[in-house]
Design a protein around this ligand. Structure first.
Ligand SMILES: [Zn+2]
Length: 390
């Protein structure tokens, strides 16, 4: 048996304890309780790391932990203390030590259960695209995941280490919502995995699509996007100009919690293809684009008669929307901004997306929205894709 700490060792070696040495017991017992507490915390840290990196089913982790680590670490105490001679002084201290350790075990088992109940949020990043500081899929995802994990909201946000659809789809199991930030249309990472992803959506998993990820090929992919998040960016219908949108009012919706009016220049795609009669769709960010956004001639993403008519008629355009699926179980959110990586430094822009991630994960959004620190200029330049490989 491994020696737990230096002060216990001589006692184990000499079972004929005299009164003089028994005076040392209070200190020894305290040391042992502290030692056990440290081991306990270490186990919890390992659990948190494994949950974040391995992304296996939390129940498996809890099971493994309870079977091996807790048994090994907490059943150790009686085995060490029982062989000692039972003087009245010892009995008192053994009893108090066991009570302390029992309390620690109880607190830790509760912490493990809480860890297992954390909402798992998985971020999928597309392969590099566009120039530096634009379409920064991975860096954007990391900023959002960091903000969620720092928000003290029982969330476990994980950015998958590989770009593209995960080779091991089991990492998506148990996810409350999946955030997808990637190239769209024919290059969309979901195109080859529609059936698998659809099975996940049918279980009630949420989805958030950011910027180009909202653009689907019309037909089966587009139809699936409509089922999952109520709308998508459709060629020869939607447009992709860069313009400064002014968001002045917001709906009564958890995603708008704490969001103040803001304006920001980005490549806000608009004139999305939505489900019939917008059933289940709640526009979150809307504005009427100016005529300068349609100066280009008609083309797949530059203009078409339908969008020109809509803007001329003064129809407000929705660039972020929430969708409650008709099955009542799942939720989706589409967000067309985030071409410019620096947009994440806008507190309201960021808050809308963080709130939406919680909402699609069916986690209560705080009244003031998800708190997050503004990324510094240095932080905004971290984790950027190496665009030289393109
Ligand atoms: Zn873009």
């Amino acid at each position: 048996m491994a020696t737990p700490c230096a002060s216990i060792a001589p006692l184990l070696d000499n079972k004929t304890l005299d009164n003089h040495r028994s005076n040392e017991l209070p200190q020894i017992c305290e040391e042992f309780v502290l030692f056990s507490a440290r081991r306990c915390l270490s186990s919890l840290r390992r659990l948190a790391n494994e949950t974040r990196t391995a992304l296996r089913c939390p129940h498996d982790l809890v099971g493994r932990l309870s079977r091996h680590r807790f048994r090994a670490e907490f059943l150790l105490l009686p085995r060490i203390l029982y062989p000692l001679p039972a003087t009245p002084v010892m009995k008192t201290h053994i009893r108090s030590s066991l009570i302390c350790l029992g309390a620690i075990c109880l607190i830790c088992s509760q912490a493990v259960l809480l860890a297992a109940e954390e909402a798992k949020i998985v971020f999928i990043s597309g392969t590099p695209s566009h120039g530096p500081m634009t379409h920064e899929h991975r860096a954007g995802n990391i900023l959002l995941a960091k903000a969620l994990n720092a928000a003290d909201l029982s969330l476990n946000a994980v950015v998958l280490p590989e770009n593209g659809y995960p080779k091991d789809p089991s990492v998506l199991e148990g996810a409350a919502t999946v955030v997808v930030f990637c190239t769209g249309h024919r290059g969309h990472l979901l195109n080859a995995h529609l059936e698998k992803f659809d099975a996940l959506m049918k279980k009630g998993t949420g989805v958030v699509m950011i910027h180009w990820a909202t653009e689907a090929v019309a037909g089966k992919p587009g139809d699936k996007f409509l089922e999952w998040m109520g709308g998508f960016c459709d060629l020869n219908w939607s447009v992709n100009p860069h313009w400064k949108a002014n968001f002045k009012t917001f709906p009564e919706h958890p995603i708008a919690n704490g969001v103040q009016p803001f304006s920001l220049n980005d490549e806000w795609y608009y004139h999305m293809r939505f489900v019939k009669d917008m059933v289940g769709v709640t526009p979150i960010l809307s504005d009427l684009p100016g005529p300068e956004t349609l100066k280009r001639s008609d083309g797949a993403r530059s203009g078409n008669p339908d969008v020109r008519r809509a803007v001329a008629a003064g129809e407000s355009q929705h660039v972020a929307w929430a969708y409650q699926r008709p099955d009542g179980k799942g939720r989706g959110f589409g967000f067309t901004g985030a071409h410019n990586h620096v947009s994440w430094q806008d507190d309201n822009f960021r808050k809308v997306v963080l709130n939406a991630i919680l909402w699609t994960a069916q986690v209560e959004v705080p009244k003031k929205g998800v708190p997050s620190a503004t990324p510094t200029d240095q932080e905004i330049r971290e984790n950027l894709d190496d665009k030289r490989r393109k």
